[in-house]
Design a protein around this ligand. Structure first.
Ligand SMILES: [Zn+2]
Ligand SMILES: [Zn+2]
Length: 283
């Protein structure tokens, strides 16, 4: 768990600085933010327009284009046509986690932001995704977790890409919520191939046994912890389910899943429900 010794990191939630190590008075912070905007008006991360009103990196038009993931299965966040207590997939096979929350559906224009962050390392797009997630989370009643655990990236892929997108987003979410992060709790034991071209059975096989729990990190958790597994996009949930099974093997029982965006699961290669503009999701 690294939240306890990262308190200075958490003060940066609103992008405000500090003076001589002391937090700025809120009125100064507002004034500085306003002055900064006057000198260089912030642009919408998606369309480049000057935002109409309110905080955040998106203009009102782009914000209203985003699709909230509602209604959705409370257990696995699968997008639904109408509210149901559980989706058909969860009725047939219970996921190894208790609940899942997705801020948005994986659809235009959010898919573009995810791609810009994930494949081009666009930091502003990443900030925007984390900010959207925190705003939606604040409107959703749910138990507060003890720790956020980002789905780990294998070191080979990390070396190629240069950064770990789930970890970077989880860091911003920690700053926005104050919930500690345990980035070292799960470790990837082996590299797995990209899930994009695999069907459900292939995805499950691909990630089986891919994760291990770091015993030293587990010992730092409180007793009977409420753990949140975090990833950017969830499609079938195979990767998140395998992470949850690894946690359950060491006795962690209370597990939720949080993702920025949920794509409808493709079961046996067949899309269940269509989302306009959806590209293959690199789960
Ligand atoms: Zn816009
Ligand atoms: Zn479900």
């Amino acid at each position: 768990m690294d939240g306890a010794n990262q308190s200075t990191d958490c003060q940066g939630a609103a992008g405000a600085g500090t003076a001589g190590g002391q937090p700025l008075h809120p009125s100064w912070r507002r004034w500085l933010t306003a002055a900064g905007h006057w000198l260089l008006p912030p642009r919408c991360v998606l369309c480049g327009a000057v935002p109409d009103a309110g905080p955040g990196a998106l203009c009102l038009g782009c914000r209203s284009d985003l699709q909230a993931n509602e209604p959705a299965c409370p257990r696995c966040a699968e997008p639904l046509v109408q509210p149901e207590p559980l989706c058909g997939h969860c009725l047939r096979r219970e996921p190894p986690f208790a609940a899942a929350f997705a801020a948005c559906r994986y659809a235009w224009p959010l898919d573009g932001l995810v791609a810009r962050f994930k494949f081009s390392g666009d930091v502003a797009a990443g900030r925007c995704l984390a900010e959207l997630f925190v705003a939606r989370l604040a409107q959703t009643p749910m138990p507060r977790p003890d720790v956020i655990v980002p789905v780990p990236l294998h070191r080979h892929r990390l070396r190629r890409r240069g950064y770990d997108q789930a970890l970077e987003l989880a860091r911003d979410i920690r700053r926005g919520t104050g919930i500690p992060m345990a980035a070292d709790l799960l470790q990837r034991r082996r590299a797995t191939r990209a899930q994009t071209d695999l069907d459900l059975a292939g995805r499950r096989r691909n990630v089986r046994g891919a994760f291990a729990v770091n015993e030293a990190a587990r010992r730092r958790l409180p007793a009977d912890p409420q753990v949140v597994l975090f990833d950017d996009v969830m499609t079938t949930g195979s990767t998140l389910a395998e992470c949850a099974r690894s946690l359950r093997r060491v006795g962690i029982r209370r597990i939720q899943v949080w993702v920025i965006a949920r794509a409808p699961a493709r079961r046996s290669g067949v899309a269940v429900g269509a989302v306009s503009g959806m590209a293959g999701t690199p789960e």
